[in-house]
Unconditional design. Structure first.
Length: 264
């Protein structure tokens, strides 16, 4: 094992322990010796994927992060990022997250896609992505950076599974026919107050464009999207903080609503 391999494993363990204990940790960029090398960041993410799968965690999909123009500019990158979705990250519409389970949770309003066909061809097009979609649902992503005080650079974010914690799927699934996800508005509400709103165009131009981008990346790394995979396509509006006792909902035009609660 090289020195870099050892550092990657140490970073992966630090992030795993922080997640398991709901205790924030120091950034991993200093341990890794870089703040912007995405190859190293994805190596940490990959190390934890192997650990989790060997421990019985089941991979059920992917999430797309940093897909808005503002996020890309903030991190100084030119394309979105991706992370893994595991079976124990799924919440049912209306579930309550127990107190103390998360460190510094924040909320995103998204559309989730469930595939009825795999996307395992090189450089899939928008047409390929449309044909692969089985159905779409409104979704809430609950993100939770394990990095203390949210003091993360792009390497910390990607290594930390792009802050993936939980995601909530709406109860009613719809086909793409008749939906215009690019022009649909997503509204994020907490305790009856609108705290975020934006169009699907904020998600890499269109959530289905984001899906095609992700599919190409996953083929390139040898982990193509398969039938039945769930994809969280990216947030319609800037993420917002969540607090104990909050009742949160997301409404996506044409898709409907989903909800999640935070225990007091």
């Amino acid at each position: 094992m090289t020195d870099q391999d050892s550092r990657i494993q140490q970073a992966a363990e630090r992030l795993r322990n922080a997640e398991a204990t709901a205790t924030a940790c120091d950034p991993v960029r200093d341990l890794l010796g870089t703040a912007d090398d995405l190859r190293v960041a994805y190596a940490v993410q990959r190390a934890n994927r192997a650990h989790f799968i060997n421990s019985g965690r089941r991979l059920i999909g992917r999430k797309i992060g940093t897909s808005s123009p503002g996020a890309l500019k903030m991190f100084g990158i030119t394309a979105p990022t991706y992370a893994m979705l595991y079976h124990d990250m799924v919440l049912n519409d209306g579930d309550t997250i127990p107190a103390g389970r998360l460190i510094q949770p924040r909320l995103e309003a998204e559309v989730a896609v469930v595939l009825e066909r795999g996307l395992d061809m090189p450089n899939p097009t928008l047409v390929d992505a449309i044909r692969a979609v089985g159905y779409v649902v409104p979704a809430i992503e609950v993100v939770d950076s394990r990095i203390r005080n949210n003091d993360f650079k792009i390497v910390d974010l990607v290594a930390d599974n792009v802050s993936g914690a939980f995601f909530v799927l709406g109860s009613v699934a719809r086909k793409l026919e008749g939906l215009d996800l690019r022009r649909a508005t997503g509204t994020l509400t907490s305790n009856g107050n609108v705290i975020g709103q934006g169009p699907g165009a904020a998600v890499w131009g269109n959530p289905i464009n984001a899906l095609a981008w992700l599919a190409a990346k996953q083929v390139k790394i040898g982990l193509p999207l398969r039938e039945g995979d769930v994809v969280m396509t990216g947030t319609y509006c800037p993420m917002q903080p969540a607090n104990p006792g909050d009742a949160v909902s997301v409404d996506i035009d044409g898709l409907g609503r989903c909800e999640v609660n935070f225990a007091a």
